[in-house]
Design a protein around this ligand. Structure first.
Ligand SMILES: Cc1cc2nc3c(=O)[nH]c(=O)nc-3n(C[C@H](O)[C@H](O)[C@H](O)COP(=O)(O)OP(=O)(O)OC[C@H]3O[C@@H](n4cnc5c(N)ncnc54)[C@H](O)[C@@H]3O)c2cc1C
Length: 437
């Protein structure tokens, strides 16, 4: 059975023919069939990667979302063993009432277990708990010609390391066993305060990060001069009291893709200004459900459609601590001067936990992520931004990327050759072909 899939940014516009199956036992035959017909393929989760790392060079993907069964759960120790197409939302629906939460979660719950491992995703608690890969006990990896291998720190450790953050290139993950963390309540106790500039962000982050499980800032990327980097700082913890309830709020939906992007300079300026003003100038405590805290964008299904048919690109970089403040202010100056940018840009300090993954993105430093409607002049802006990131010893996040140049990638991720040596030759993405050749 086949139908079309896209990456989240819908750029590049490369519809993927999705080949699906219902059972884990059918995956080897399906892969053989797709590879025999098209030369190569790529595993596909739920398409929440923005750029071209989830797009196959053959445009033929093996879609794993349909492998969505739980295999074994241990609520005494918070260990879940599930098929790789299970989403984080599905895990939370089962685990929250039992007093367990994901140890690490990205900004959407609609990603699959396989996708979370393949991009070694990170969340608002990177400074404490590292990446998703730090909490993966083991997984089953299907490689063409080798069958199903169990991978963990002690079994096939090289493949374990290469697959965590391995961009779906080492094989198909068919199941995974992950560690959850205990919670007393599904509510989040948070504190919100706005800040006036980038220097204040770094001050707040140094002061507050280590006191809280979660920390993140939204910034107005269009503010200039003395206001550069102004934003809203948010820290939070799982509340120590309250119910253990799964969020059931009704989702809204963007019904169609308009021909043109609804995001323009006027709407961006107005929104960013209003968002900053609406937040308190002195710290304000809040108590609320986990969904608006972790997944504000999940409330609107298909929100990526607002960028119109041309789609959009996300730019996410991380800059090492020593250079972060200077490089971030240069990046923000370049972005503000270009007049292009995001509704809300995300700024976040990453900690020094080491991921087991070979090609994991985070490093001790500060990460900035912003969305840009797709336009021809993005190329020039990204070139200027890339030069700043490169000069500062930083790197871009492959899960969000559709433009990175090969030299920058190979320099920023020196372990790429080890991954290439362990790549299943039948798996190839547009991203990988672009950056290693
Ligand atoms: C609103 C939003 C917020 C986000 N916030 C964050 C964030 O805070 N932090 C963060 O790190 N990321 C974030 N992301 C990115 C997202 O978490 C990752 O791109 C994630 O990997 C997507 O998972 P997916 O299941 O949709 O996989 P896909 O996007 O379909 O695929 C991702 C990669 O995984 C591979 N893959 C998928 N399934 C398998 C499998 N079974 N076996 C082997 N390889 C597989 C694919 O080949 C591809 O390389 C966000 C994305 C969105 C849309």
């Amino acid at each position: 059975m086949t139908d079309s899939r896209y990456s989240w940014g819908r750029y590049p516009n490369a519809p993927q023919n999705a080949h699906t199956c219902s059972w884990r036992s059918e995956v080897p035959e399906l892969m053989n069939k797709v590879v025999a017909g098209h030369g190569s393929t790529l595993p596909f989760g739920n398409g929440r990667s923005y750029g071209d790392s989830c797009l196959a060079t053959s445009d033929q993907v093996v879609q794993l979302r349909t492998l969505d069964r739980f295999i074994e759960v241990d609520w005494e120790h918070g260990v879940v063993l599930a098929e790789s197409g299970v989403t984080l939302a599905e895990i939370l629906a089962l685990s929250i009432p039992m007093g367990w939460f994901l140890s690490v979660t990205p900004g959407t719950q609609f990603v699959t277990l396989g996708g979370a491992i393949a991009n070694d995703v990170h969340g608002k608690n990177h400074h404490l708990r590292g990446t998703f890969g730090n909490h993966v006990h083991s997984f089953g990896l299907l490689r063409r010609g080798q069958g199903l291998l169990t991978c963990s720190l002690s079994e096939n450790p090289e493949l374990y390391a290469a697959t965590i953050g391995g961009l779906g290139l080492t094989g198909v993950i068919t199941w995974a066993k992950i560690q959850l963390m205990p919670i007393n309540s599904s509510q989040i106790d948070s504190t919100v305060v706005r800040f006036d500039n980038l220097a204040e962000f770094f001050k707040l982050s140094a002061e507050l990060d280590h006191q809280h499980e979660y920390s993140v800032a939204w910034i107005d990327c269009l503010a200039q001069d003395t206001k550069t980097g102004r934003g809203v700082f948010i820290v939070g913890d799982h509340a120590s009291y309250g119910s253990l309830s799964v969020e059931k709020r009704k989702k809204l939906q963007v019904p169609v893709t308009p021909p043109l992007s609804l995001i323009n300079n006027l709407s961006l300026h107005a929104f960013n200004e209003a968002y900053w003003r609406v937040h308190p100038a002195t710290p304000s405590r809040r108590w609320g459900s986990y969904e608006p805290f972790f997944y504000p964008l999940d409330r609107i299904l298909d929100w990526n459609r607002i960028y119109g048919r041309k789609g959009f690109q996300q730019y996410q970089c991380v800059i090492p601590d020593a250079a972060a403040e200077v490089a971030m202010s240069e990046l923000l100056a370049v972005i503000a001067a270009s007049g292009q940018g995001s509704f809300l840009a995300v700024l976040k300090r990453c900690g020094d936990s080491v991921s087991p993954g070979l090609l994991s993105f985070p490093l001790p430093g500060t990460s900035l992520a912003l969305d840009f409607p797709q336009k021809a002049d993005l190329t020039a802006l990204f070139k200027r931004m890339d030069a700043i990131v490169h000069q500062a010893g930083g790197r871009l996040y492959p899960a969000k990327d559709a433009h990175m140049n090969g030299n920058d990638f190979r320099q920023a991720y020196p372990a790429w050759e080890q991954l290439e040596a362990l790549r299943d030759p039948s798996l190839l993405s547009r991203f990988w072909k672009r950056v290693i050749s």
